[in-house]
Design a protein around this ligand. Structure first.
Ligand SMILES: Nc1ncnc2c1ncn2[C@@H]1O[C@H](COP(=O)(O)OP(=O)(O)OP(=O)(O)O)[C@@H](O)[C@H]1O
Ligand SMILES: Nc1nc2c(ncn2[C@@H]2O[C@H](COP(=O)(O)O)[C@@H](O)[C@H]2O)c(=O)[nH]1
Length: 206
């Protein structure tokens, strides 16, 4: 029997492309999604809150989580670790909730190995120039970190073919609508398959 589980959505793409902005817009509207708050060893930015934006951990704490297999995926990204808590995601999916991860590309590829049925969405910037402008305008990174993040971005964009969908974030409203449409249509698709599956099994053999 098909287990009635939630769908895992992975929103990914280079730093500064607008993943967080799109995600917040999606969660501002009515939805059936749960957001998985990540763990990180990076320093908290002004305005960020522990347990809301991330669970902020020391390097030692993070390494212990890895050792105890408590992370669904993790990656070292520009000198810091980032990872997804396993228990929350597995519990939510098992309870039938859809879950959204907002993660970089190395982590997304790990998730794909373990959750091939996940829906992988890549957010693409209009250009590297605009990506740089967005990171600089956000004002969270030093010049050298901007350079490192852009170098990662080029590698990440090369991996876009591994995703189910690519959404261009040139216009924020359009990008949000496109991601919402993907989420809704994947949902519908799975509901239809589930219904059909049940219908087939209801029929008595002659
Ligand atoms: N379509 C857009 N047009 C112009 N600016 C945008 C657009 N989308 C997002 N931004 C801006 O770009 C900056 C980076 O966006 P955001 O922080 O959401 O990116 P991110 O992909 O989540 O970054 P990171 O991966 O580093 O967390 C923000 O200042 C945001 O307001
Ligand atoms: N592999 C993972 N990547 C993650 C996770 N949480 C966030 N991220 C990504 O890291 C970079 C940098 O984030 P920032 O907050 O320092 O700008 C960005 O691409 C995030 O999406 C995670 O759990 N796993």
């Amino acid at each position: 029997m098909i287990e009635e589980k939630g769908i895992l959505f992975i929103l990914s793409g280079p730093s500064g492309v607008g993943k967080g902005t799109v995600r917040k817009e999606i969660f501002n509207r009515k939805n059936n999604l749960k957001y998985s708050i990540s763990m990180t060893t990076r320093k908290m930015r002004p305005g960020e809150k522990d347990g809301v934006d991330y669970f902020f951990k020391t390097k030692e704490e993070f390494q212990e989580l890895i050792r105890q297999n408590k992370l669904l995926e993790y990656a070292k990204y520009v000198d810091n670790y980032y990872g997804t808590p396993r228990e929350y995601v597995e519990d939510m999916l098992a309870a039938g909730h859809d879950v959204l991860l907002e993660i970089e590309v190395q982590g997304a590829l790990q998730v794909k190995k373990n959750f091939p049925d996940g829906v992988f969405i890549f957010l693409l910037p209009p250009s590297l120039e605009e990506l740089k402008n967005r990171i600089v305008r956000r004002g969270t990174e030093t010049d050298s970190l901007v350079r490192n993040r852009l170098a990662e971005a080029k590698k990440e964009i090369r991996m876009m073919d591994n995703y189910d969908y690519a959404v261009l974030n040139d216009d924020i409203d359009r990008a949000v609508e496109n991601v919402r449409t993907i989420i809704a249509s994947e949902h519908l698709k799975r509901e239809r398959v589930e219904k059909q599956y049940k219908k087939i099994l209801e029929v008595e053999l002659p």
